[in-house]
Design a protein. Structure first.
Length: 456
């Protein structure tokens, strides 16, 4: 029955787990959250948020260096690395305190320890301070996140050879950083450290950076990297790393050799599902990811999964929405107008310079599927605000249905793309048409006007 009290145990306190906990508690559930590391999520608070803080610092430095182009006297600026480190730690501490306070204000019980499923209705917690506790539940949510994927040939030491967990910030600012992996995390590393003053080389295993993105989008970013002095090693795969007297040597499969002061692995992640007892109780997994349906329910009816371990889009925003949907499903609110998760309409952003964001149907995917679409593209160079900002790079691209005009998706490359994509996300989710965008009165001058131009 909707509203009936339920006992929910959530293993993992990242964005998905905390969203599920707070929403379920507000709906009247008795919630226990099990977290062994940091409430708020290690990947979120120790990776995602610090990376954006470092990118913001690098962006501020770049803007100061370009002061003359804005009619200002040249400004000399240098990085205070220790001040940056302190700022990041302060942000992490404040966010953890905020998330913990919110959970407790909603009546969520927090257990510090490692959870393991011993049945479809019970979780055994190995407490951090010793001993164990078994918690019974009507529903169990697995939200344990992921960790960096490390190949056997990478001698990770946390000093010269790094993963994402060592980089926010690193022990010292690299003189010359070699980034292995040209996906979302890799290109953000390039932008981050180049902005902070390091020389950067990016090893790209395919024929473009961001291999799963629109080639036009990737092209804008590649051009920006080259203009900033980033070295791109295209069509090569790293296969070994050696460290000798402060020099890191990366050898590639085609014989090319790159030397630098540091290297960082950014070649994906693997789910944290080992040791959870999933296989023992019959929860189906594939490559370590929990198999779920449209309600985030696993192969067992009372066991759910959200976030990276679900094998869906590895985005904090998606994890949070999954957590909310799980809370509603457990509490019986999934009937009637309840919406299932629609991963195809989830927006994503890459915090490079320029920023990149997209949502919904991609042009290349539509062509591959043989779907009829209409694609319109308008550059930011037509925007008065872009010229005022001295940054006319990039474009807005809208994909729509040629028969109905319904917005199916879009891509934005340019300043504040991560904010502007929200307009297209709403349009895609709500089934709005390009006419709806055209007939909306946007602020002038504003970058968002380009959305209306593209729609028209």
């Amino acid at each position: 029955m909707p509203g009936q009290s339920k006992r929910i145990v959530i293993i993992g306190g990242g964005p998905g787990g905390t969203a599920c906990a707070t929403h379920a508690a507000r709906l009247g559930a008795e919630v226990t959250l099990v977290e062994s590391d940091i409430v708020g999520g290690a990947a979120h608070l120790l990776d995602c948020i610090p990376s954006k803080a470092m990118i913001a610092t690098g962006g501020a430095m770049s803007m100061m260096k370009a002061a003359a182009e804005m009619g200002l006297a040249k400004v000399d600026v240098e990085l205070d690395f220790e001040a940056l480190r302190s700022r990041i730690v302060d942000i992490e501490d404040r966010l953890e305190e905020s998330v913990t306070g919110l959970l407790r204000s909603q009546g969520v019980r927090i257990l510090e320890g490692r959870g393991r499923l011993t049945g479809t209705h019970s979780v055994e917690v190995a407490l951090n301070d010793g001993g164990t506790e078994t918690v019974e539940a009507d529903a169990i949510v697995v939200s344990t996140g992921s960790r960096p994927r490390i190949p056997d040939w990478a001698p990770i030491d946390g000093e010269r050879v790094l993963t994402t967990r060592h980089a926010y910030p690193p022990p010292e600012l690299p003189d010359h950083l070699i980034v292995i992996g040209s996906g979302v995390t890799g290109v953000e590393f390039v932008h981050m450290f180049d902005g902070l003053g390091s020389d950067v080389t990016l090893i790209v295993s395919r024929n473009q950076v961001l291999p799963n993105k629109d080639p036009e989008v990737a092209g804008v970013l590649e051009k920006s990297f080259l203009e900033r002095g980033v070295k791109l090693v295209m069509g090569a795969r790293a296969e070994s790393i050696e460290v000798d007297d402060g020099t890191v040597t990366v050898k590639c499969d085609d014989g090319r050799v790159i030397r630098g002061s540091h290297t960082i692995m950014a070649i994906g992640s693997i789910p944290n599902t080992d040791g959870l007892g999933l296989e023992e109780i019959g929860v189906e997994t594939e490559w370590g990811y929990v198999t779920i349906d449209h309600n985030c329910v696993s192969s067992l009816p009372h066991v759910y999964a959200c976030g990276d371990v679900s094998g869906k889009l590895p985005l904090s925003s998606v994890a949070s929405m999954q957590g909310r949907k799980i809370a509603e499903h457990v509490m019986g609110l999934h009937a009637g107008p309840h919406r299932h998760m629609d991963y195809e309409k989830a927006a994503s952003a890459i915090f490079t310079d320029p920023e990149i964001a997209d949502v919904g149907l991609a042009e290349a995917d539509a062509f591959a599927e043989g779907r009829k679409i209409r694609v319109t593209k308008v550059p930011f160079s037509v925007s008065a605000k872009a010229l005022i900002n001295n940054d006319p790079r990039g474009f807005v691209k809208i994909v729509s249905d040629p028969a109905t005009g319904v917005v199916l998706g879009g891509s934005i490359v340019g300043r504040h793309a991560a904010e502007l994509i929200s307009v297209l996300t709403l349009a895609t989710t709500a089934g709005l048409t390009v006419k709806d965008l055209v007939e909306s009165t946007f602020v002038h001058p504003a970058l968002a006007e380009v959305l209306s131009e593209a729609a028209e």
